[in-house]
Design a protein around this ligand. Sequence first.
Ligand code: ZN
Length: 1004
Amino acid sequence: MLLCSSLRTLRACARSSSLSLPHLSPNQRSLRVSLRNSGTKTFSITAPAGATVTIDKETVKIQQGSIMEPQHDPNTKFRKDYTPTPYLINNIFLDFILNEDITHVHSQMRMRPNYPSGSAPPELLLDGRKDVKLVSIKVNGSEVPAEHFVLSEKQLVVKGLPAGEFDLAITTEIKPQENTLLEGLYKSGGNFSTQCEAEGFRGITFFLDRPDVMTTYTTRIEAPKDAYPVLLGNGNLKESGALEGGRHFAVWVDPFPKPSYLFALVAGNLSCKERKFITCSGKEVTLRIFVQENNLSKVDFALESLVKSMKWDEEAFGLEYDLDLFNIVAVDDFNMGAMENKSLNIFNSRLVLASPETATDGDYARIEGVVGHEYFHNWTGNRVTCRDWFQLTLKEGLTVFRDQEFSADMNSRPVKRIEDVSMLRASQFAEDRGPTAHPIRPDSYIKMDNFYTLTVYEKGAEVVRLYSTLLGKEGFRKGMDLYFKRHDGCAVTCDDFRAAMADANGVDLSAMSTWYSQAGTPNVDVTTQYNAGSHTFTLKVKQYTKSTPGQNDKAPVLIPLAVGLLGSDGKDLPLHLRGSQASADKPPTTMVLRLEGAEQEFVFEHVDSEPVPSILHDTFSSSPAAVNQFQASFMTRSPHHLPHEPVPSILRDFSAPVKLNVEGQSDEHLLFLFANDSDPFNRWESGQRLLKKLLLRLYTAADDAKLKSLPIGDRCREAGGVGEALAGAFRNILKDESVDGSYKAMAISIPSASEMLDQIQNADPVLLHEVRMFVVKELSARLRPELEALMKQNDDAPGTPYVFSAAACARRAIKNKCLVMLAALELPETTALALGRFRGAANMTDSISALSALVEVRGAERQLALDEFYNQWKEEPLVILKWLGLQAMSNAPGNLELVKKLVDHPAFNITNPNNCYSLFLGFARSPMNFHAVDGSGYQFMGDVVLKVDKLNHQVAARMVGAFTSYRQYDTTRQELMRAQLSRIVAENGLSENVLEIANKALAA
Ligand SMILES: [Zn+2]
């Protein structure tokens, strides 16, 4: 038994000190100590009450009593410790008696031994939670005597069990209406619903709550009929009817064995929309979406997305739905996005409800993607599940990959790829270089909830994509087919997935294993050399991964590097890789190079190129002004003046989640790629690289000139400002008719601050934001005629109905991007333009874009628009989330006071996770206010973490994430952020969720 809740946090000075432990109980075995230099450590001790403890950096000495060496938190679970349970469950019958005060849960399980036959029956350890009250426990119909079980806050241990199979019946009492954790069974909007992943089922009853214990569930639900007319469970409805006293019941049977995390129950006053789907084998499936009556008009798109997902999975992977019914329920209070419970998906309502008036294009896209994601889990997650939670990426990485492919097929593939990679680099790369860096398959955790991370999901999806890149689409499909053939109905590991991919294709993929065990983003450095005499083009490639907390030694990983070469006319050259078998008749123009070692060389042969124009050599050695001049003329040159050497396009389609550095990649090469690359990802990427180089140069100059107390604009201009070549390149892409508006909008987006932080030591986030805004304004001013023209060109004729389609989204994307850029000029006429467009908006996409522009603008229009928006939408909670989020994110000076007022606004509800995410996480995204140098933003966020943790540990753990990357910032801010983390870990009764993250951050 572990002593989590009685742990006390003792603070000690850094070098050496003595503490007496008057309050330490004789049995207490853990001591958590904050050390100024190395964060918080937990020591395991055995000491009598009153013993004196000496702390010296890494060790604790106890006078009297014995001492053990420092160790991990006693609640840490390790992947290497996996052992099967000694008991398994043949089937379970669950009976829920739902009431307003106390809910009774009767569980009846048929247990079977899983320990060696002939040995004595071992203890049965069932997971529980302190708010679950044990009422009775029976084995084979008889009450278990008190001496045969031990109940603690987290466990029920049963002894003296009979040999062979036996019946185990447990009755518990819970209070869902008081469950603010939103894990297990809880009430939301007057309805009962559940969330059991990862470890919520133990909040309902005592159980072997781990994914490798799969069993078949029958669920009976009983509740007052008036208040809860709809009763839903997993599987198919077997029976339902009326009971005495105005109550009714329903019995649901799920024939597929599943782990407890996929259990679900919903009881409430809900209405539904229904559709039929005929599967590829001709079976009819009823699809239903349940929401509150007043939202019924907003579910059509989600229902349509479900149909598309089912069809896509049949076509892309040959996977057919397996039951007669598929239900989705929308609930307002939900920690995560959505949950794939077998045949009863439960969604955060913001990922179900959409109408053109209330949802943006982004909302529509997310709904389509998430409905797909949860549906795809029916095979990748439910039919084949994870052996233990360390394998989470087995189902999540794979299913994210599948939903990315689905969205790419439904919409624009290049745009989807760019969006996914942007998010990965802005957020997951930051995780990879921060204190909580972990491999996609972690080795240990305290709270599994903390490992629902971008690394497990998004990097996990990139790792799955590597198989697809290495094996090709057909090879990947063969691997998937074998995976299901081998493991349907089983709980398996990431190694099983890799083995299926390898065996189905007859290849060795053991080199892929490092991706699962190693944290951190690999760096890939490429140097290139063209030899005109031998017509060869050589790539020398090096890879290395920087050390991450607790993992210093890094091995090379298997990286598929997709490469093309552009000739001087901007077209792809045919590729002949030395030593490769590729066909000589139709040579490819993109090749996937297999980088396995720390250093490798690849040679392309028969590379023909044009003679050397001398102007290039002259220009490269010239002054910056001359380079700018050259660049300006560069874009309009005729083809024979373009680079004489082939220009490499490396890491096409972002073929691996790495940081690429191409030695000697000049602005000229980037401009050339930005204008010509046939790979849409790399074309966009070249523009981003140009912008990052510019931002870095201006930031460095502005930082160096800090003491001059010149305005930022002057400091940036002194450093050369935004060159005409760059502005010209962006002008050209805005005019390019071959690319759509979504692509253009992304091409002219300035890289986010978090992408830049990677390249700046001890960054000043406020200065970085100001430099970024300087670039936005400069480009807006220079491109103003093009922006205004594009905005008008892409306006819909009055009365055009809203449609969510790639073409329509593309028009809105570029139109609104132009508006936001123009509004950034903060001229009276551009502000008036934004206000006019805000008032005239015909859909939420246009409305919210105009409002987001106005929120950053000084002047009366800002508040005017916010008030008008609120008055129009105050009855629509999902729209009000946007209103909260925009205000929270704003960089308007002194905005913290406004955010504090919003906490007390009637529209804000701190017990609702969506509200917290919009307001608090929104605030953490404001460089000017969250990172205010007086620490006021940090202080506010520290208060928030402590306040929310009392209500909901998972939500609080996400809030504390705002502090974890403090090492990226200047020393003043580092100190201020650390101070908040120290204050948080010192709090009494802090949740394990928050403690684990805060401690890791302090220790890093
Ligand atoms: Zn998922």
